[in-house]
Design a protein around this ligand. Structure first.
Ligand SMILES: Cc1cc2nc3c(=O)[nH]c(=O)nc-3n(C[C@H](O)[C@H](O)[C@H](O)COP(=O)(O)OP(=O)(O)OC[C@H]3O[C@@H](n4cnc5c(N)ncnc54)[C@H](O)[C@@H]3O)c2cc1C
Length: 504
């Protein structure tokens, strides 16, 4: 029997554990033991059910991730294997509206904007989000030449560029400041001047190559999507698919069900792993902070990159050094609920973006009770402020009470929540060093990390610090790690993955 030690009980580590369990069920002689330093599993997926202090109704509050992207199959595939596909929920698209803060006003994202590129003339002409010079500058995208022509077979990685440089070059500074920074940079809580496009949105660089213009590229993409929708209309009774999806009971429901299916008897929480050691016979030892020593034939490190650097430092200092070059930023989500009568404005929108140029202490606000069904009891409004990010790390020094007051005050100023209204409840979820920054050269560093890891039998690294922070990317990364170590044991999993593909 081969034993794999998994360190980290976020979605990556749990997804890896579930794959090993499936391999065992398929007849392979393999088992796992997973260690998680927190008392709770799920990592950045955390859901709290909060009782309404007045009515006894329930709020479903996500403190970390609140959604996954539907177009990437990872979550659906696992949800189907777990029998929880029906527990997924689309967004309430009747409320689909994004508002952007400009001075003291909220401006609706103009129709036809794809990411930050306009694809419809009239909404752009009439929006007050941009100045007229900025609108003309954005239109120049149609005429500006490519920065360079890539040679045959070259990829975005060889022509990396920061988000800031790319957007300013193609569409002008105002396009970056008003939308690309809060929307595209915001997804990664990243500094646009440092954020690598090749590592985050390579399709933007590829689009410039293919179409010579982002507007033309997004128009072509829109046509393609419309054609697919026409060709494959939703079957009667079929579930609506929206860009973002969640789970009715919150995102932690997903990791909890994976843990159940993987086998909780193999999972230890509240214990932290110390740096890995190799044994003379090629095996692995992991000492826990309770003094116990785990032995295994392989180790999957599914922690944040900075924690992984520490864990592998003795085994391969080169990997630790490369991982140490990935910066991380801290942020916090601050959900709070109000009585509907304390929110005398139209609550039918998904969220608000606060561009950095506005100089506000919040990056974004999600209107959770309008974006998702059943997040709040009737007559209640559930909002979630997002603070921190690379250019506002100082705010993380504030106490929880101060953060709650900062967000409440912003909701009063930006949205018009009644100044005297007290939240029914408020929470603070801190994500210290929680967001890896995919800075320029990130993919080259990860290539090198992977090459070095490939040379060490029985070691695999996985998680959001490497090739995508999104939950589907993390699941894939964990499964790739399992394929590496099981492959080294001579266990072939093709059948397993073929079966998974069929199920999806
Ligand atoms: C505020 C926020 C909002 C986000 N929103 C979204 C979203 O809406 N959609 C989306 O797709 N993605 C979102 N993301 C990104 C996504 O949530 C993460 O990339 C993903 O959850 C990372 O999963 P992971 O398992 O790789 O890492 P983690 O969830 O960080 O799990 C790693 C685990 O390793 C444990 N660990 C570390 N060191 C040790 C040790 N020595 N011993 C034992 N255990 C250890 C940690 O305690 C942790 O639980 C968001 C991230 C944040 C911070």
């Amino acid at each position: 029997m081969k034993r794999v030690i998994i360190i980290g009980g976020g979605v990556t580590g749990l997804g890896a554990a579930f794959k090993i369990r499936r391999a065992a069920q398929a007849g392979h002689e393999v088992e796992f033991v997973l260690v998680e330093k927190d008392s709770r599993l799920g990592g950045k997926l955390v859901t709290e059910v909060v009782e309404d202090p007045e009515t006894g109704g329930q709020f479903v509050v996500d403190g970390g991730s609140d959604a996954f992207i539907t177009e990437k199959p990872g979550v659906h595939r696992i949800a189907k294997l777990l029998g929880i596909f029906e527990d997924e929920t689309p967004t309430c698209d009747e409320n689909k509206k994004t508002l952007i803060v400009k001075k003291r006003k909220l401006i609706e994202l103009p129709d036809g904007i794809m990411m930050f590129a306009p694809t419809k003339i009239l909404p752009m002409a009439t929006t007050s989000l941009y100045s007229w010079p900025a609108k003309f500058r954005m239109a120049l995208d149609l005429f500006l030449p490519r920065k360079e022509r890539w040679a045959e077979g070259e990829t975005a990685q060889q022509h990396d560029e920061s988000l800031e440089s790319f957007v300013v070059r193609r569409m002008g500074r105002e396009s970056l400041d008003r939308l690309a920074e809060p929307l595209v940079g915001g997804v990664h809580a990243s500094d646009p001047a440092l954020m690598s496009l090749a590592a985050t949105f390579p399709s933007l660089l590829e689009m410039e190559q293919q179409y010579g213009s982002l507007v033309r590229g997004f128009l072509a993409q829109r046509k393609k999507v419309e054609a697919i929708k026409k060709r494959y209309p939703l079957k009667p009774g079929a579930k609506r698919r929206t860009f973002f999806t969640s789970f009715l009971k919150g995102m932690q429901f997903f990791t909890d069900r994976i843990a159940d299916a993987a086998g909780r008897d193999q999972i230890r929480t509240g214990v932290s792993a110390a740096p890995l050691r190799r044994t003379d016979d090629g095996g692995w030892e992991v000492e826990l902070d309770n003094g116990e020593v785990l032995s295994g034939d392989a180790v999957i490190v599914a922690t944040e990159g900075w924690a992984a650097a520490n864990l592998v430092a003795q085994v391969e200092p080169g990997i630790a050094e490369l991982l140490g070059q990935i910066p991380f930023s801290s942020s916090a989500t601050v959900p709070m609920a109000f009585r509907a009568e304390d929110c005398p404005f139209d609550t039918r929108f998904f969220g608000i973006l606060c561009p950095l140029v506005e100089g506000r202490p919040v990056m974004a606000v999600t209107m959770s009770s309008s974006k998702w069904p059943d997040r709040a009891p009737a007559g209640r409004v559930l909002l979630r402020g997002f603070v921190g990010g690379p250019r506002n790390q100082e705010v993380m020094e504030k106490s929880d009470d101060e953060l709650i007051e900062i967000v409440r005050q912003q909701l009063v100023e930006i949205l018009g929540v009644k100044a005297e209204a007290k939240p029914l409840f408020a929470r603070v979820f801190r994500w210290t060093d929680g967001m890896p920054q995919y800075t320029m050269g990130h993919l080259d560093r990860i290539d090198e990390v992977e090459a070095r890891t490939a040379a060490i039998p029985g070691l695999a690294l996985a998680g959001g610090s490497y090739r995508g922070v999104g939950i589907p990317n993390c699941l894939e990364s964990g499964e790739r790690a399992v394929s590496k170590v099981l492959g080294e044991f001579g266990m072939v999993l093709e059948e397993d993955s073929a079966q998974e593909q069929r199920i999806y």
